[in-house]
Design a protein around this ligand. Sequence first.
Ligand SMILES: [Cu+2]
Length: 565
Amino acid sequence: MQPRLEINDFVQDPVRFSLYVQAIERMYQADQAADPRSHFQIGGIHGKPYEAWDGLRPAVEPTPKQWRGYCTHGMVTFPTWHRPYVVLYEQILQQHAVNIASEYRDAGKFTEAAKTLRVPYWDWASSDGAVPPPAIITEPLLNILRPPDGAVHAIANPLLKYTFHPVHDSFCPPIFTSPTTLRHPRLNANGEYESDVESLQQCLNQEHEQTMYKTYMMLISLHTWPLFSNHRTNPPNAQPGVANSLESVHDSIHRYVGGKGPGHMGATSMAGFDPIFFLHHCNVDRMLSLWRALNFKVWVTRDKAGDGGSITIPPDALVDANTELTPFRVNPNQCWASAGLETTQQFGYTYPEFDGLDMNNPSEVRDQIAKKINELYGGIVFGSLGTEADPGDDTTVIYDWTARVRVKQYEVGTSFSVLIFIGGEIPEADRRLADTYVGSFDTFVNTDTSQCENCQRQRDQEIVVEGFVHLNLSIVRLRRARGQSLPGSFDPHIIEPYLEGESLQWCIEKADGETVVLTEDTSLEVTVIATPLTRGPGETLPTVGEPKFYHGITAHRRGGSHGEE
Ligand SMILES: [Cu+2]
């Protein structure tokens, strides 16, 4: 079984990396209009150009309400739909790699590497930092080993962007009619859009600790499929969430890469074209594997598709583990369904955390993966308190203080963010760089549809999405800066009055950077919750208790708590 490697490790191996880069080049070169295995058509499965992929047409003509892409967002199949998607991409790359390997005069080591080539993942929650290596985001040229002699050649770096040939008619101006994919687009002196890499790096650095915190809390505190799988709010009578769903954590990364505008990664219809999409989604798939190892009896449940469904799923359809994940075929007549995708062995890949584990022994796998998760990401939660990751002989309790955000997905008609601040006013500009900034809840939807005929569809105005911004790190930072004592276990009798005094604030910022003025009837609801995390002697992961709601901290303000539930 071959592990998919973290991108920082992956780039260290010149043979593997050279094959990967050249395989991507070949996917780029393939005919956009005619070749279903071209980068364009593979990226286009996700959203635009909204065409049937490889002849797979919807059985029923979609309604005006329906989303025209194949990808399933805001529903229970979000994690599983993207699994065969990344596999398809990986298989195409690997086939190219095998062909490329045979072109070297000394083909042996290249052929060996090609046979075991798997796509790398970008661990944006890594304690080593969220910014991918320069080869992925900054270096204009890459030194790779080229056939036939295997000597080092510098080539234009295909990992920075995809160049459309041509830009498709259905792409919306002004940003998406640019000749290439863009990250953090800005206008240059010639009036053209270009990627602002510094802004991208700054954003990823700024959000890194919150991302790590969100990731750990997602992995350890969610145990049901509806809470883990997607960003939709659970019905009022269901168990309340205390951490972000996998989809919500993923949505934020799309927006951090897309930046203001947004660039391609920030819009569902365009995201699949940016080559970083597959590095990101490979990590999303890894998170699915890690979470599933902890919750090995839990899998896809049944729920209404909701929102726009997908090109083959009407919005009012029920979706479950047997729903076909179009257009990913398991055989010529049938597509994969979530039932059957519980493990990755059938696709010949695994992740490094599973190295050496006996996959036939799920409780042993669970215990080992719990340790790994703690080592990888646990420090951010327990470290914020200054306590050791290992509690030794004592039982440790800390409270996780969190702003829960609920808002209608189409509150403003485009992707937007709810930004949370503590300890001062909300600045006028560059809000995410301010000292008072805590973190954001980000929606990832289609871009503004008002001027673009191709994007118009009636949207489900009632869909409410949910996310969580964790406050503990900012509380510590603020108290340190003011020379105040650290809050120990974040006990409610200290933190509740503290949060009231420091005034928690929020605002909505559209993907183009514009601020949304909150009206009296805004659907936004920010509610503070505190969740006890208890770790006994010898326990690896903490036990996550029932959240307690502190409505008073945000009530009676626009976008604040609506009161008891
Ligand atoms: Cu995505």
